[in-house]
Write a protein that binds this ligand. Structure first.
Ligand code: MF3
Ligand code: CO
Length: 252
């Protein structure tokens, strides 16, 4: 069931999203070569604790940390570790959910460490652009959920030959980490395709691989890697559907 949010609820979600955006954008000046993925997690934990919020992922379905930190061929759900040290040329996605006054925000950015190769930089730029195209599609009057997937898939798979992850999707968000509807980054006749309505709040999150779209989960039960070992990028915003279109909430 898709939950339509009231104006008051959207105001609450917007505030949670603002804090999350502040945290994620501030990482630009924090993340450097030589730091561990657990250092990033600790920074984000302290950030939200200081502001009276709750790290939503910590303990969610047994997840052990505040953030998912996914390096290079890890697509999503990388578990932060003090043994995993960032080096120049790496890409690292940081996926975070905050709960503030009961309202949940969800956003991801992929950071480049030092100078990355031209082809990896292009993958990152295209994935970010695909997120923007998905948001634009969501903002069109009368749009359906899969219009988002169509925009992302066209940009990434058809125009650039990248692998679009199918095993994971975006989702409704705001009162819980995962709500209906599913928001795939592709088109599928087998999946529901509801019309987007004012009051819906969704997380749009392209997960894009340089090579094959296929992924595997490691034995830790969380870490999702590309099957071919090539790099992957992930960008995500929480977006509210309004009478005017689509409002990105996880921004400064
Ligand atoms: N932020 C993640 C998402 O976009 C939340 C799931 S991560 C989990 O779906 F590992 F905690 F489940
Ligand atoms: Co999400």
């Amino acid at each position: 069931m898709i939950q339509l949010k009231t104006k008051e609820q959207i105001d609450g979600i917007r505030y949670s999203c603002k804090l999350l955006a502040e945290c994620l954008y501030s990482l630009d000046d924090i993340i450097t070569e030589g730091m561990s993925t657990l250092d990033i997690d600790k920074y984000c934990y302290d950030f939200i604790k200081k502001r009276g919020g709750i790290p939503s992922l910590l303990g969610y379905c047994g997840y052990p940390n505040t953030t998912c930190v996914s390096v290079n061929d890890t697509v999503i759900h990388g578990i932060p570790s003090k043994k995993e040290i960032l080096k120049a040329g790496d890409i690292v996605s940081v996926d975070i959910c905050f709960t503030v006054n009961g309202y949940v925000s969800d956003s991801t950015r992929t950071f480049e460490i030092g100078k990355v190769s031209d082809e990896v930089h292009k993958l990152n730029v295209v994935t970010h652009e695909a997120l923007d195209l998905g948001i634009k599609a969501a903002g069109k009057k009368g749009a359906r959920v899969q219009d988002i997937g169509q925009a992302v898939f066209r940009k990434c798979a058809i125009e650039n030959g990248y692998g679009v992850v199918q095993d994971y999707t975006g989702h409704g968000v705001g009162l819980a980490v995962h709500e209906d509807p599913e928001v795939p980054n592709f088109v599928s006749k087998l999946m529901p395709n509801p019309r987007l309505k004012p009051g819906m709040v969704i997380a749009i999150e392209p997960m894009i691989n340089m090579g094959t779209y296929r992924v595997k989960t490691l034995r830790d039960g969380w870490t999702v890697k590309t099957l071919d070992g090539k790099p992957a990028c992930h960008w995500e915003h929480t977006v509210a559907i309004t009478e005017e279109g689509a409002e990105v909430l996880t921004t400064l």
